[in-house]
Design a protein around this ligand. Structure first.
Ligand SMILES: NC(=O)CC[C@H](N)C(=O)O
Length: 607
């Protein structure tokens, strides 16, 4: 079955195939050898899938489409400030080969016209023009996703007839815009324009810009993220030369054309588009390239000023701890207390790439329900990313609510998840940042423990050994025998009870009262909290399955009282009463199966 986009491109190709307005470029003689009927169209998605039709594999020279990419290289090499002193960012309204220089400084108005591009090429890093050329060739290859070559005949054809560009280069030298020998760097400019690409290659280059500077197929970064917006801005205002105004008005996509017949358009975060059709209009833009982009923009609703995104989509279901209690089964007064107050645990399921508009809506909803809330859980399972600006807003609302005694925690975030970085950056050194739980049950249980503390007694809620999920199904006789072989260990707030990396010593801890944090070391240093455990919960249990090294640290957050079982004692008990060990391992296996299912769902959600 043909994908709908492929079918659309097939139809678009058929509609345009008959259009024959425009002429081949002739001022570079070699370009007249192109087949005027060539027509290729390609679209590349943000996960690197290319849809192509027609002559999408036909090689031709990139010409001016190289300019925004080389401009990005120069920004990366010199920085935006230094570049702005040499080349402006203002649309000239003139033709691409006009000598549009600032009257006083001689700086070209923008890097898309020849004057700006010739200056830009001379400003690349590299002690020699050969080194600068290597910079161009390897960077373009990263944008394309494979090595590229130069069409030597087109290069020679332009170098031997490019007198206007030579005059421009000497003018730039005269104003000190070009610092070195102008003719040498001009040859690099001619060579960069003669790099051979296909329509499909151009679509991957455009998609790399749409994907924040990372090639969506190879995963290689071609341009630092902070320069992508700058490159797209000059493409939007100057990329189509003295057609730029009409282009932005009608098509609404950052774009760049070339006299070889290529056109690229970039929809940030969505698509890279390329069309190849050598017939040009009087402004040097591909006639069918413009028409194809105009129709794609209209038919796919891609005009960047027509985007309608509903920020409320960032927030999915909102429910409470009464709708989804933890798997611990409280008894007696604790059960009654939770039934009366669990609705004060608010649970928000967040979605997609979190940006400022979506988080503004989430924060507004949280503040709107805060009066009736004891703690918030943000389920991050469906979150694909968090913009730094959005992470800062989430951090601020967490701090605001924490001061009111209403913590905000995150659930279903694997300890290596990429979204932890912006969240950690937002909290900086101010505090430990969000408490993060790998699964919902741990998060809800932590919130329930907070509610249980509020049972009107200052005494920390104690949960007897009999209520430990690991000992579920034990008879009173089994409990009595187990208890007689256990010790009691007390810890003060801040004590490190277990240390990641240490050899396991066979102890399993059953928390009777108090709370501990489970911390895992991060590759980049520091620790990430992955769970907070309270009364009735246990840690160190993996030693029962033969684990020889502790994989996480456990730190007491308050005074903690634990009942401690040594694995050797369990063996001795099992001799007397095998059921003691069988039942315990069954409970442990069941608990791990539930955690494994949660992790599998989490991995599946990421796929
Ligand atoms: N618009 C273009 O593609 C022009 C590029 C060509 N190499 C020139 O300098 O004239």
């Amino acid at each position: 079955m043909q994908a709908p986009i492929a079918a659309y491109l097939q139809a678009l190709h058929a509609q345009l195939a008959g259009a024959n307005a425009g002429e081949l470029a002739s001022y570079i003689p070699e370009l007249t050898k192109a087949n005027p009927d060539w027509l290729g169209i390609s679209i590349v998605t943000m996960d690197g899938v290319a849809y192509s039709v027609g002559d999408a594999e036909q090689l031709f020279t990139i010409q001016s489409i190289s300019k925004p990419f080389v401009y990005g290289m120069a920004l990366a090499d010199r920085g935006q400030q230094a570049m702005s002193e040499k080349v402006g960012v203002e649309p000239s309204g003139d033709a691409f080969n006009s000598i549009s220089l600032h009257p006083q400084t001689g700086a070209p108005l923008n890097p898309m016209i020849n004057a700006g591009a010739i200056a830009t090429t001379s400003l690349l890093a590299g002690r020699t023009t050969e080194a600068q050329w290597q910079r161009i060739e390897s960077s373009i290859a990263t944008f394309v996703g494979h090595p590229v070559t130069v069409d030597e005949s087109v290069y020679q054809s332009e170098s031997s007839t490019g007198h206007r560009n030579r005059a421009i280069a000497w003018m730039l030298k005269n104003f000190g815009i070009i610092e070195g020998e102008p003719m040498a760097s001009l040859e690099n400019y001619f060579r960069q324009c003669a790099i051979e690409v296909s329509c499909r290659d151009l679509a991957y280059m455009a998609a790399t810009l749409a994907n924040g500077g990372v090639n969506p197929l190879t995963g290689q970064r071609a341009l630092p993220a902070e320069h992508v917006g700058q490159v797209l801005s000059v493409m939007a205002t100057c990329g189509m030369y003295d057609f730029a105004g009409s282009w932005l008005y009608e098509v609404g996509m950052p774009a760049k054309s070339g006299v070889g017949g290529g056109v690229i358009a970039v929809i940030p975060g969505r698509f890279g588009i390329a069309i190849f059709s050598p017939r040009l209009d009087a402004k040097g833009n591909s006639v069918r390239g413009i028409e194809a982009c105009r129709r794609i923009s209209r038919d796919f609703g891609l005009h960047m000023f027509q985007q309608v995104r509903d920020p409320r989509q960032a927030l999915g279901r909102v429910y409470t701890g009464a709708d989804a209690a933890s798997r611990r089964k409280p008894v007696g007064p604790a059960r009654a207390h939770l039934q009366a107050h669990a609705h004060r645990i608010k649970y928000l399921s967040l979605h997609g790439m979190l940006a400022v508009d979506g988080v503004e809506y989430i924060v507004r909803r949280m503040l709107g329900m805060a009066a009736d809330t004891d703690c918030f859980i943000l389920d991050m399972n469906q979150v694909t990313g968090v913009a730094d600006s959005a992470a800062l807003m989430l951090h601020q609302v967490r701090r605001t609510l924490q001061i009111e005694g209403k913590p905000v925690v995150c659930s279903r975030v694997h300890r290596r998840a990429a979204i932890l970085q912006p969240l950690a950056r937002a909290s900086g050194a101010q505090d430990r940042g969000f408490l993060v739980f790998e699964d919902n049950d741990l998060a809800v249980e932590w919130c329930e423990n907070r509610l249980l503390q509020g049972m009107g007694s200052t005494e920390e809620v104690a949960v007897p050994l009999a209520d430990s999920p690991l000992l579920a199904g034990y008879s009173p006789e089994m409990l009595k025998l187990m208890d007689s072989h256990m010790s009691t260990e007390l810890f003060g707030a801040g004590d490190t009870i277990l240390k990641a990396g240490e050899a396991g010593d066979g102890r399993v801890f059953f928390i009777e009262s108090g709370r501990v944090s489970v911390l895992v070391p991060l590759d980049e240093g520091g620790h990430q909290r992955i769970a907070s455990l309270g009364p009735g919960m246990e840690f160190g249990e993996m030693t029962l399955l033969g684990q020889t090294q502790r994989t996480a640290s456990v730190v007491a957050d308050s005074d903690v009282r634990c009942r401690v079982l040594h694995v050797n004692d369990l063996e001795a008990l099992a001799q007397q009463m095998p059921e003691i060990k069988i039942r315990l391992l069954e409970n442990l296996a069941r608990d791990l199966a539930v955690k494994l299912r949660g992790a599998t769902q989490w991995i599946a959600a990421l796929a």
